[in-house]
Design a protein. Structure first.
Length: 276
């Protein structure tokens, strides 16, 4: 009886702690959404107003000032293209590292991961010059390549981890049935690890969608994604918090909806291989 009561108490504590953490994480998003429906006067009020007369004025001004669909389309193309390109490169690389390792495999993987520690501003000048010389400034192609490359180390590491959890006997059985390397990968390995591959692709999509540094430095108007649209609402006169919250909500909404719809697949992929 005492043990059951103790387990019930521990379960209640975990549930309460989970709700507290969830509310802390979600509160900035909720506050951004509420502020987007405030007037600029209410947005700057101190103490903050929790009860106010909502208005759509901020959204109307944003849609009148900028072509939201243009920026949204650029984000879809660049984030989606970077994800596809990254997966095309990462899957074969992870397959080679997982099933055909060499003495230098771990060193190569660590070196790839170490490139994520390099500040982006440290390579801004050479990449800018390369894009300028190739006439790729303000180009979606340049953003797709750069987004894929900066996310590639994480993608390779994640897929490599998933592949390592798949028994090699499955691949050997496929080879004994006459399957070559391509057939083994596309008909056996990828279907078995589709949960992990899906979570990797979703993570790359989210990271590419939220990337702002390269978008602001390599684009102006033609290829500018939603992150550039958000930055355009800061001015020397100051920050207009209500309008900035509204445009941030419009920029975050698509990826938040996608994450919510695919959360089950994402969690399943991230925990793939955790329990054998």
């Amino acid at each position: 009886m005492a043990k059951r009561k103790h387990n019930q108490t521990a379960r209640t504590i975990r549930i309460v702690a989970s709700w507290i953490v969830a509310l802390i994480v979600f509160f900035p998003i909720l506050w951004m959404l509420l502020t987007s429906f405030k007037s600029e006067l209410d947005a700057f009020s101190m103490p903050p107003h929790f009860f106010f007369a909502p208005t759509l004025e901020n959204y109307e001004q944003i849609l009148a000032r900028a072509n939201y669909l243009h920026y949204a389309w650029n984000s879809i193309v660049t984030a989606g293209g970077a994800t596809i390109l990254g997966m095309i490169v990462a899957v074969p690389a992870a397959y080679a590292f997982a099933y055909h390792p060499t003495l230098k495999t771990k060193n190569i993987l660590l070196w790839m991961l170490s490139t994520k520690m390099l500040p982006s501003v440290g390579v801004l000048v050479p990449i800018y010059l390369i894009c300028r010389n190739l006439d790729m400034l303000d180009s979606k192609t340049a953003l797709i390549i750069i987004f894929a490359l900066i996310n590639l180390p994480i993608m390779v590491w994640m897929i490599y981890t998933y592949f390592r959890d798949i028994p090699y006997d499955i691949l050997e059985a496929a080879r004994m049935d006459g399957a070559d390397t391509a057939q083994t990968m596309f008909r056996v390995l990828i279907p078995v690890s589709r949960g992990g591959l899906a979570s990797t692709a979703l993570l790359c999509l989210i990271l590419s969608w939220n990337e702002a540094f390269w978008s602001l430095n390599l684009t102006t108007a033609s290829a500018a994604p939603l992150t550039a649209l958000v930055a355009s609402f800061s001015s020397p006169e100051g920050l207009f918090w209500a309008k900035l919250s509204a445009v941030s909500t419009l920029a975050c909404a698509p990826i938040l909806v996608l994450g919510w719809l695919s959360q089950r697949q994402l969690v399943r992929g991230l925990t793939f291989g955790a329990v054998k």
